[in-house]
Design a protein around this ligand. Structure first.
Ligand SMILES: Nc1ncnc2c1ncn2[C@@H]1O[C@H](COP(=O)(O)OP(=O)(O)OP(=O)(O)O)[C@@H](O)[C@H]1O
Length: 365
């Protein structure tokens, strides 16, 4: 089993540095997903691991061996791209066999591996077809099959599902999850924009922003205990509501005051020196519920928009608690409210988040 280690990895294009010294240990057999906004450097990082981009600084090791100078074909990796990159004039079988023929594997071994991969991905009936006679999802499965045939130590995926329509995306995502459990010894690194892919596939998610790692952790840890405002607002949809506040009492639990003067408890520890400091209070749309009659509410406001999605209702609340944006509340099922109604909301103490002046969560201080 093969791990991948990044040690102070940097990348510059000309004199513009786009990755600023990334440190990361990927464990053997682990499924790690890189996420982050467009341009944060996730594809560049993946391509550097693959050997398709030169490394400007630091070291990348695969299986304990520094690979900075090792060409892609000798790294024991296989990569699946967004655009499939199949040879249009070759049958599915030949596309999958191509790499092994170049590597001069025996005919029998090639046949065994192609058929095993085709079985695993349920593309056996298409082995004689040309790629143009396949749907997008089938083509992507061929591309994945070709990668499996190379028997890689590390499997790299660069947004493999982003050219597929919504239904195929779900089906192929489930294929990849199954593949991961069948190939549990193979290390997988996966780049995506899609939160659902990241949350459902990853053992650990790496959140990148502006060429730096913001946080690394299991999906639910990032969701429940985001290390900073960036991760808090990046993971989860709609994003966590963030309200400016001031600390009015520090200690084992903290009291804060929101912009409208409302005081509330947050069950996190804050140091004495932070008394009076400006902080950010966070609560996820799905962690807010309608306050019961007489219950101490968290905030109230006028409903501006209601979006009924069937399984949930999104309610946008106007008010002065956030500088510009409305507060978003996500209630389960169908809700009766109307624009113009005034509503009161509550949130359980353990669902409340607090970030210091610099945007770092108090949970990690
Ligand atoms: N060949 C290149 N020359 C110059 N700059 C580049 C080159 N390739 C990428 N960049 C820059 O490097 C940064 C990181 O790009 P990268 O493609 O890794 O981002 P990304 O997070 O994968 O974005 P996206 O999600 O949009 O694909 C971006 O600012 C991009 O403009």
């Amino acid at each position: 089993m093969t791990g991948v280690t990044l040690n102070k990895v940097k990348k510059s294009y000309g004199n513009v540095e786009v990755l600023h010294g990334v440190d990361l240990d990927i464990n053997p057999g682990e499924f790690v997903v890189f996420v982050g906004p467009s341009g944060c450097g996730k594809s560049t990082l993946l391509r550097m691991i693959a050997g398709l981009e030169e490394i400007s600084g630091g070291e990348i090791s695969i299986d304990g061996q520094v690979v900075n100078q090792i060409p892609p074909s000798k790294r024991g990796i296989a990569m699946v791209f967004q655009t499939y990159a199949l040879y249009p004039h070759m049958s599915v079988y030949d596309n999958m066999a191509f790499g092994m023929r170049i590597a001069k594997e025996s005919k029998e071994e090639i046949d065994r591996r192609v058929r095993a991969a085709a079985e695993m991905l349920q593309i056996t009936p298409y082995l004689d077809r040309l790629p143009k006679a396949l749907s997008g999802g089938q083509r992507q499965r061929v591309a994945i099959g070709r990668a499996i045939c190379r028997d890689p130590k590390v499997f790299l995926f660069d947004e493999p599902l982003s050219n597929l329509d919504a239904a195929l995306r779900v089906a192929t995502r489930i294929e990849i999850a199954k593949l991961n459990s069948k190939m549990s010894d193979t290390t997988m690194i996966y780049v995506t924009h899609d939160q659902v892919e990241a949350m459902t596939l990853a053992d650990r998610i790496v959140v990148l922003s502006g060429g730096y790692i913001e946080q690394v952790g299991p999906p639910l840890e990032l969701y429940e205990r985001p290390a900073n405002l960036f991760v808090a607002q990046f993971i989860g949809s709609p994003a966590m509501n963030i309200m400016p506040a001031k600390i009015t009492r520090t200690g084992e639990t903290t009291e804060i005051e929101l912009k409208d003067g409302k005081r509330l408890e947050v069950p996190v520890k804050t140091p004495e020196g932070d008394q009076g400091k400006s902080v950010s209070f966070g609560v996820r749309p799905e962690d807010v519920r309608e306050a019961e009659e007489g219950e101490d509410f968290l905030f109230e406001g006028k409903v501006s928009i209601i979006e009924a999605l069937g399984e949930v209702t999104l309610i946008y609340i106007e008010g002065e608690l956030i500088d510009e944006d409305p507060i978003i509340v996500k209630l389960p099922g169908i809700h009766e409210g109307r624009p113009g109604d005034t509503m009161r909301f509550a949130a359980d103490p353990e669902k409340r988040h607090l970030f210091d002046e610099k945007g770092h969560s108090y949970l990690y201080r």
